[in-house]
Design a protein around this ligand. Structure first.
Ligand SMILES: CC(C)(COP(=O)(O)OP(=O)(O)OC[C@H]1O[C@@H](n2cnc3c(N)ncnc32)[C@H](O)[C@@H]1OP(=O)(O)O)[C@@H](O)C(=O)NCCC(=O)NCCS
Length: 176
């Protein structure tokens, strides 16, 4: 699947991500967590202001695949780990390999930054995405319940996968 993610850094791209977030979160999360929590979380985490702040001050890297979806990474050099913070493919583009390509990009970026682990959180009732992550080699590590204010909680699984620092080819015994 040919996909070229654009690193998000300007206001127009941020506006595009915020619009994609609203579209995908509304259709996907309202049945899982309800409209009030989705509206609250969109405002808190995926408004233009919130995304700009995450990029400028909180170490987030956002990537956009125009008209298809977006993902966000948060590298943690000290712990040699990287959070796959967001991964959203527009409904009509799902099942075509974009999610897999996004995870592959995240793994490559993690290795490039010396990270050994890629991790994420996923709502416990987000069954399709949990199945997708398992297919991508992630395993559940522990449940995570996070109070996000105004009476809302995120009831998640933490999932992770190890990033090997060497490619398979490097591990093959050398001839002779
Ligand atoms: C989860 C998501 C990012 C996957 O992206 P995608 O482009 O549809 O996934 P792909 O087409 O790359 O699928 C990759 C593999 O995962 C499998 N897979 C994808 N979605 C799946 C699902 N719902 N259930 C079971 N397997 C699934 C595919 O069958 C495929 O397997 P294969 O390559 O071995 O045949 C996308 O469906 C999405 O945006 N979902 C809604 C938002 C969401 O919940 N995001 C995650 C937030 S934590």
């Amino acid at each position: 699947m040919n996909m070229q993610p654009e690193r998000v850094n300007g206001i127009e791209q941020i506006q595009t991500v915020a619009a994609l977030a609203r579209e995908t979160w509304m259709s996907h999360y309202v049945p899982i967590i309800g409209r009030a929590q989705v509206e609250y979380m969109l405002e808190k985490y995926q408004s233009v202001e919130a995304i700009a702040r995450q990029i400028e001050a909180e170490g987030y890297e956002y990537y956009l695949i125009p008209a298809c979806g977006y993902f966000a990474l948060v590298p943690d050099a000290a712990n040699r780990s990287m959070l796959l913070s967001k991964i959203y493919v527009r409904a009509e583009k799902r099942g075509t390999g974009l999610g897999r390509a996004m995870v592959a990009y995240a793994e490559q970026r993690g290795r490039e930054l010396g990270c050994r682990e890629l991790w994420l959180t996923v709502n416990r009732n987000n069954a399709g995405s949990i199945a997708f992550y398992k297919r991508m080699g992630f395993r559940k590590t522990n449940p995570l319940v996070t109070d996000i204010g105004r009476g809302f909680v995120m009831d998640d699984w933490r999932m992770a996968k190890t990033l090997s620092s060497r490619s398979k080819a490097d591990r093959l015994p050398r001839p002779g």
